[in-house]
Design a protein around this ligand. Structure first.
Ligand code: UDP
Ligand code: MG
Length: 141
C-alpha cells in the first residue's frame, strides 16, 4: 500500500470546495490516513516549496500558499502517487484532462486547487513535513 501527500490549497478552502474535492478523492479509492486544517506562514510555505526557490513564480506561490488555511492529507492506495497525479490533472487547468480536479475547479496555473507529491520519496518527506507519526492512522494492521 503506497502513500501520497495532498494539500487542498487556500483557493480550494476559500471556494468551499473541501467536501467536493475530498468526495472525488474518496470515490477514486484513496483512504485518508491523516488530515488537518492549518495555515502556512510565508516561512513554512517557502520551506515546503524550496525546490522551486529559483523559479520566477516562487514569490507568488509562497504568497498564495500562505494566504489562507489549507488542508494537508496523507492518502493511501495502491500506486497512490501516480494515481493521485492522474486524478488531479496537469498543473495548468487549461491543459488538464476532462474530469480531473484541476480541470473541474482550478482558475489558473498558480491557483490550481490541489497539490500532489510527485514521487514516493517526496511523498514521505512531504508527509513528515505536516504530520507526526502519531497523527497518521494505521488502517492496515
Ligand atoms: N506554479 C505556478 N506557475 C508555474 C508552475 C507552477 O504558479 O508556471 C505553481 C502551481 O501552484 C504549482 C506549484 O507552483 O502547483 C508547484 O509547481 P509544480 O511544477 O511542482 O506543479 P505541480 O506538481 O503542483 O503540478
Ligand atoms: Mg510539484
Amino acid at each position: 500500500m503506497e502513500r501520497t501527500l495532498a494539500i487542498l490549497k487556500p483557493d480550494c478552502v476559500r471556494k468551499n470546495l473541501i467536501g467536493a474535492v475530498i468526495e472525488k478523492i474518496q470515490n477514486a479509492g484513496f483512504k485518508v490516513v491523516a488530515l488537518k486544517l492549518t495555515k502556512l506562514t510565508k516561512e513554512t510555505a517557502g520551506e515546503f516549496y524550496a525546490v522551486h526557490k529559483e523559479r520566477p513564480f516562487y514569490g507568488e506561490l509562497v504568497e498564495f500558499m500562505s494566504s489562507g488555511p489549507c488542508v494537508p492529507m496523507i492518502l493511501e492506495k495502491d500506486n497512490a502517487v501516480a494515481d493521485f497525479r492522474a486524478l488531479i490533472g496537469a498543473t495548468d487547468p487549461a491543459e488538464a484532462a476532462e474530469g480531473t480536479v484541476r480541470k473541474l475547479y482550478a482558475d489558473s496555473k498558480g491557483e490550481n486547487i490541489i497539490h500532489g507529491s510527485d514521487s514516493q520519496e517526496n511523498a514521505k518527506l512531504e508527509g513528515a513535513f505536516f504530520f507526526s507519526t502519531e497523527e497518521v492512522v494505521k488502517i492496515h494492521a
